[in-house]
Design a protein around this ligand. Structure first.
Ligand SMILES: [Zn+2]
Length: 325
């Protein structure tokens, strides 16, 4: 989900549906049951379900039916029969087949479900791995991450934003709650900001759900994890960092923000970054670069890819200012 080359967003809906159905505790459901959950998710979320350059839809295409049935589905709080039928018909050959595909280099041995026909009824059998995830405390975090990811990918398809991500990427709101898209209105310097997704779950996945500082899980943290700088803003603000490098590098950018336990962040506060932290930051960012627009592009615009040169300059800039990294 994090790294898939999504040109559509169906996988996110299937992800939510699988987690929802598996969290009920039974190891299998009918395809129709899964389709109910799936199509409701997609009706709730999916304003722009596909990127440009995706083949034209035929009238019987799932999207065309979704468009027709969305209002009635949302009114009733459950998918209409026509929508469920369309999902049952299209899911096996489409999203269910592609769900297990991950890009080269990320292939792991996993399988979340098997589709089987039992006495003429199509059933979805969940794997132990899926049952484990769905019954673990990770469920909430994973659902949040999934939603955050979905919003980010979907935003990159929306007509008023599409394309500008290529040039601008995303910014982080002042309170760090949201990743935002800034649209500069022509002839004016005033940007219009639009919240795209929550910052924390958008970044947590790239840290594999772990605190940036202590590398322990962020699950069940007593307090909401913090989003904060690796290279503290104070250094730049107090002009401790003298190198030219800092001109044009946004210290509040996603590239410099990490998720950590509240107490780990407080402990770290304003201490200089260590070589290990810079290395970890780079790994997190390089992983994000392998994901989809716009997060990928947001980081790439700062660090480039490959990122050797950027982190080399960053280390030098810190050294010039007297930090031992
Ligand atoms: Zn921690």
């Amino acid at each position: 989900m994090l790294l898939g080359n999504n040109t559509r967003t169906y996988k996110f809906a299937l992800g939510h549906a699988l987690l929802e159905c598996a969290s009920r505790g039974k190891t299998s459901v009918t395809l129709e049951d899964l389709a109910m959950s799936y199509s409701l998710e997609i009706a709730k979320h999916d304003e722009y379900p596909q990127g440009s350059g995706v083949d034209e839809q035929s009238p019987t295409d799932f999207l065309a039916i979704l468009e027709r049935e969305r209002a009635a589905t949302l009114d009733a709080g459950q998918p209409t029969e026509a929508l469920v039928d369309a999902a049952v018909r299209t899911m096996p050959g489409m999203v269910m087949q592609k769900f297990h595909n991950v890009p080269t280099g990320f292939v792991r041995d996993f399988e979340f479900y098997k589709l089987e026909k039992v006495n003429g009824i199509q059933e979805v059998h969940f794997s132990d791995q899926l049952m484990q995830v769905a019954s673990s405390p990770a469920l909430t975090v994973l659902n949040d991450e999934l939603s955050a990811r979905w919003e980010v990918v979907q935003a990159s398809f929306s007509p008023d934003i599409r394309g500008t991500f290529q040039y601008q990427g995303l910014v982080v709101s002042a309170d760090r709650e949201f990743l935002e898209h800034v649209r500069v209105v022509q002839g004016s310097n005033v940007g219009r900001r639009r919240a795209i997704s929550k910052t924390r779950p958008s970044l947590t996945g790239f840290q594999e759900g772990l605190c940036f500082h202590c590398k322990q899980t962020l699950l069940g943290a007593a307090r909401t994890p913090h989003v904060d700088h690796v290279i503290a803003r104070a250094y730049v603000e107090r002009n401790f960092l003298k190198s030219d490098f800092w001109r044009g590098v946004d210290i509040d950018g996603v590239w410099n923000l990490v998720v950590s336990h509240a107490h780990c962040n407080i402990e770290k506060r304003d201490k200089p970054p260590t070589a290990k932290m810079l290395q970890d930051l780079r790994e997190r960012n390089d992983l994000a670069i392998r994901s989809n627009v716009p997060i990928s592009q947001t980081i790439r615009l700062v660090t480039n890819s490959p990122s050797d040169r950027f982190y080399g300059q960053l280390t030098n800039a810190l050294r010039e200012s007297g930090f031992a990294v």
